[in-house]
Design a protein around this ligand. Structure first.
Ligand SMILES: NC(=O)c1ccc[n+]([C@@H]2O[C@H](COP(=O)([O-])OP(=O)(O)OC[C@H]3O[C@@H](n4cnc5c(N)ncnc54)[C@H](O)[C@@H]3O)[C@@H](O)[C@H]2O)c1
Ligand SMILES: O=P(O)(O)OC[C@H](O)CO
Length: 355
């Protein structure tokens, strides 16, 4: 089937899928948004409102909600996938019979698949084998986008055509779209920052100050860069919107679900209680486990992620963990300026001289 260049498909009826559908429609596209919930489809088409995920925002008339995945994706020039990582593969498999290699497939999901430690664009690639694959990530809280608050994102793809077409389809007066060819780095930025947003929420609930939050974010950036290098990504990507930009917003805003999970735990709730109260996806809870395992396997030092994992899953109190982290190794500020190993080596030399 020939592609209709002004058609965009969105897979996912959650808050981000809904926000993206409205951006594309505001930009002139005809948008079909697929979701599995019949009642929600009816509500969106009748009331122009997603009462479950974004109740306070009007949805553009050019968005048609549907439970028919074929109707949604067939012939669309761009397919945006906004499904939590745990169900991402299953939904893309479901859509696959009606996808075609000329289409642009874009992951908007900031998570990691356990099996094989795959990022979502890698899942898209693995399932379809197509060439026009990209990912978007940046400081993109769905409700602020739906409110048309000004922000920006990054479209990352090795394919220049994918980058420019997505810039055109989504870039508008309230949403800027910058380009990158470091798909892995951009996608890792989006996934990793969720870990530190949980920690930042916890720190805030425990009454820790702004210096603490700044230290946490900056050291988080150091860890993210270290991990990215070990994974073959470009650490410079973390200076951009998908790195520092997204880290700042998720570590600062109660609109972030990851931050809210951390905040609830800092107030004394258990992880299960915090996740249940949220009622939406907080990808960082799963990501921290996967990243810690991978970091250990690759011998990458990630004390903040490891500390959070112990708080979430091993019953260590957040305050106690903060104390342990403050007593940990003091090495290099920016490892691309002074390598961490050089600082540790100097400390070892000092110790030998004193012994
Ligand atoms: N919400 C944001 O502010 C935001 C911003 C940027 C990126 N993201 C990313 O977008 C992804 C999607 O998040 P969201 O915010 O829209 O989530 P959400 O929790 O608001 O909604 C998730 C949607 O996926 C659907 N879903 C879940 N399992 C499904 C399955 N098996 N089959 C079909 N549909 C299924 C749910 O029904 C719901 O419509 C997340 O991974 C997140 O990292 C979210
Ligand atoms: O609500 P969160 O924590 O999933 O964060 C949403 C976006 O990733 C912010 O850019």
């Amino acid at each position: 089937m020939a592609l209709e260049q002004s058609n965009v498909a969105v897979l996912g009826g959650g808050s981000f899928g809904t926000a993206l559908a409205s951006i594309a429609a505001d930009n002139g596209a005809t948008v079909r948004q697929w979701m599995r919930d019949h009642a929600l489809v009816e509500q969106i088409n009748r009331e122009r409102r997603n009462g479950r995920y974004l109740p306070d925002y009007a949805i553009n008339e050019r968005v048609e909600a549907t439970t028919d995945i074929r109707h949604a994706v067939e012939g669309a020039a761009i397919v945006l996938v906004a499904i939590p990582s745990k169900a991402f593969r299953q939904v893309v498999e479901q859509a696959k019979p009606w996808l075609s290699p000329e289409q642009i497939l874009v992951s908007t999901t900031k998570g990691i698949e356990q099996e094989g430690f795959l990022l979502m664009s890698q899942v898209l690639e693995e399932i379809t084998g197509f060439d026009h694959i990209g990912v978007i990530a940046g400081p993109n809280l769905a409700s602020e986008i739906a409110d048309k608050q000004l922000t920006a994102t990054v479209i990352a793809s090795a394919d220049p055509g994918t980058r420019t077409r997505v810039q055109k389809a989504l870039g508008c007066s309230y949403f800027r779209v910058y380009a990158s060819d470091d798909r892995h780095g951009v996608e890792l930025g989006g996934a990793l920052k969720n870990i530190y947003a949980i920690s930042a929420g916890m720190a805030a609930a425990l009454g820790m100050g702004e210096n603490t939050r700044s230290m946490l974010m900056t050291r988080a950036l150091a860890e993210m860069g270290r991990f990215a290098v070990a994974q073959g990504a470009n650490p410079m990507t973390f200076l951009g919107l998908a790195g520092v930009g997204d880290l700042i917003v998720t570590c600062s805003s109660k609109l972030s679900r990851n931050y809210r999970v951390g905040y609830a735990m800092g107030e004394g709730r258990s992880l299960d209680e915090a996740v249940e109260a949220l009622g939406q996806v907080a990808e960082g809870v799963n990501t921290v486990r996967l990243v810690c395992d991978k970091a250990r396997e690759m011998n990458v030092y990630m004390p903040l992620a490891e500390g959070l994992k112990r708080v979430l899953f091993e019953g260590v109190a957040a305050k106690e963990m903060a104390g342990l982290l403050m007593a940990g190794e003091q090495s290099s500020d920016v490892e691309f300026v002074l390598p961490r190993e050089a600082v540790l080596e100097a400390h070892r030399g000092e110790k030998v001289r004193h012994d």
